[in-house]
Design a protein around this ligand. Sequence first.
Ligand SMILES: Cc1cc2nc3c(=O)[nH]c(=O)nc-3n(C[C@H](O)[C@H](O)[C@H](O)COP(=O)(O)O)c2cc1C
Length: 369
Amino acid sequence: MTKKIEAGVFLPTVRHGWVHSANAPYSPGSYKHALEVARLAEFLGFDFVLSPQNWRGAQGPTRFWGDTVESIAATGGLLQATDRIKVWCTTHTNVYPPAAIAKIVASLSEIGEGRVGMNIVTGGHQSSFYPLGLWDDTLSHDDRYDVADEWIKVVKKFWTEERVNHEGRFFKMDDGILSPRPSKMPTLVNAGASTRGLRFAVANCDVAFLMSGSESGFENSAKQAKSIAQELNKPDFKVYGLMTLIPGETDAEAQALMDHLEAGVDLEGLADLARGYEKNVKGFKEMSSSSLAPLGGAQYRSVMPGAFIGSYGTLARKIATQVQNADLDGILLVVPDYISHLNQIGRRTLPLLAEYGIECSVGANSKAG
Ligand SMILES: Cc1cc2nc3c(=O)[nH]c(=O)nc-3n(C[C@H](O)[C@H](O)[C@H](O)COP(=O)(O)O)c2cc1C
């Protein structure tokens, strides 16, 4: 039986994307570059693009994430510049009040004629938010998900109710009005990797992005998410795997690229990132290990743990194995070079998924195919 998946691209709206290395390919964290990548993704047949949200960047020699485009602003531009592809922004619940985000995303829905989505993040990185006056030391990791639970309830009220009245633990509205409301509910996604985070995702969103600690790592979290979905009676809930692909013409060439990236790893920047989590006064132990993964244990630190390294054909096999073993409904891709690698992955790797019984719109019916 054929399994159909959605495929998306994690846009490099942040400097160096997800390669924390002095040897990272060109990736300036500019809108212009993100626009080029989003247009390429649409041309290749991808279903969606997602941009991250970051407020400070890592303080190390490579300044990864040090230059960024604000995700919501970028989403407005990208929706205007594309016709078909879905464009998902990232919002921190500690930065934007829910009534404001409901209005902003409703407007994005109008600009993109229903193609907008929102990735909800609770903001647990102290050193990103304290300098901006947006940090609350009284909240623990799990408390921040309690805030997010109520935050998204309020957002949904604005999207569905004519008059919004709400009095909760964190937010209060009195006769709020949002008009026009979105004609179609924006897709809601979340990437919480902890047990609390996954529960938030299933209870409130349509999709959970899963991270993998190793090449075989999606299975457990996918099972956990699907069992919570069953418990909460959400049979349509979907799980997508975040995959970093390190490609080459041959397996050896791909490995050489990986070694090159690793040779320039920005350990100072990674340590700075880790310190930002450790500064949680209420502790950071409940945080999923994935947030702290670059700190230890991982074989490679310049990229996220569990990266797939190999020729374009090898990568197809590795992706297919993961999709089948973990029963993934979609994939979200990270590559070092978002122009040349993405182009090759779209033309040479993803079309091969059909040989493994996986249907994916990239390369199948696209003009690029
Ligand atoms: C695909 C993906 C996208 C994410 N995007 C962001 C982001 O833009 N900004 C951010 O601060 N955190 C982001 N995160 C972090 C997650 O929202 C989450 O906090 C992290 O995986 C740790 O899980 P936990 O909150 O359940 O401990 C992302 C994670 C993943 C896997």
